[in-house]
Design a protein around this ligand. Sequence first.
Ligand SMILES: NC(=O)c1ccc[n+]([C@@H]2O[C@H](COP(=O)([O-])OP(=O)(O)OC[C@H]3O[C@@H](n4cnc5c(N)ncnc54)[C@H](OP(=O)(O)O)[C@@H]3O)[C@@H](O)[C@H]2O)c1
Length: 340
Amino acid sequence: MKQIVITAYGNPAVLKIQEKADPEPSAGEVRVKVKAIGINFADILARKGLYPDAPKPPCVVGYEISGVIEAVGPGVSASLIDSSVLALTRFNGYADKVCVPENSVFAIPKSLDFERSAALPVNYLTAYQLICVMGGLKKGESVLIHNAGGGVGLAALDIARHLEAAIYGTASAAKHSFLIQRGLNHPIDYRSQDFLAAIMELTDKKGVELILDPIGGRSWKKNYQALRSTGRLGMFGVSSLTESAMGRIFQFIRLIAQMPWYNPLRLMNANKSVFGVNLGHMWHERDKIAGWMQKILAGVDDGWVRPHVDRTFLFEEAPQAHAYIEARKNIGKTVLVVDS
Ligand SMILES: NC(=O)c1ccc[n+]([C@@H]2O[C@H](COP(=O)([O-])OP(=O)(O)OC[C@H]3O[C@@H](n4cnc5c(N)ncnc54)[C@H](OP(=O)(O)O)[C@@H]3O)[C@@H](O)[C@H]2O)c1
């Protein structure tokens, strides 16, 4: 098998292909011959040493793949062999063969190819947990989606649109026309505009009922201010960590200094709530994940779940794919394809 290894913390050139023996599926596992690999922002953070959850280098990251089951471990029905599946992987996804528990794989809907299937699991599960499970967004409510042009952002847009919410979103100006086509009602160019001022102006100073924040840092406090009474702030990332050229330790110190304190009395009196989401800490809740995934896959069949692949790169081009995302060129998902 071939894997893409983060050989050391650093720029995209630290990603190197290495060969090793094929993995054997253990009891309850299947081995998937990988066709496509979804790249997540967390992979970039891991490569830079800014993602505490990731294994230390040399390591193989990757949270999601699609492909064909080619072998099964003890206790798994051989009838699954040759099935086309998408799967969540707990790291090790940057590989042309991956072993995963049987309950982490899902049949690919007929309307999706391998590339769009690999673009689906992390983005839509995260957005589903944020909006439907913890954010409780309802028809007619308003939601602010930060980083609306990213993979999670586009997934959130699909779900909020399906729920018939009023949708506000921040993204670079060049991405606005595409986002409007996808259903965004109020694009905000956060680079040239203060998003808090924009939200207050657009909502007649009321604010919004739900905010999805993957940016962190300075945006935490401003988001809280942008919440309407009964509003919920869902925090799920710290993309702002990559903004500075400071060393890793200083970046973490700066992040801690920017953290707000949400005290219970203040929350009560403001009628606001804050919550966090980390899909990577949900491995012990596979039943919940499977239930959400069934709803998302039904949404593919119904046409409102529309995973969007911005660009594919060959497996060997992982460094270029990382550089592309870091340059903020992607709208939606960037996917590696395995040529075999
Ligand atoms: N907690 C979880 O379970 C979970 C799951 C998935 C993702 N996440 C987090 O969600 C965030 C987005 O992930 P994703 O995979 O959707 O990202 P993505 O598709 O790679 O989106 C990247 C986009 O983010 C925007 N952006 C805003 N601030 C940025 C910054 N400081 N550095 C780089 N890009 C920035 C850029 O769009 P513009 O051109 O509009 O600026 C960029 O194109 C990340 O923080 C990720 O770690 C968390």
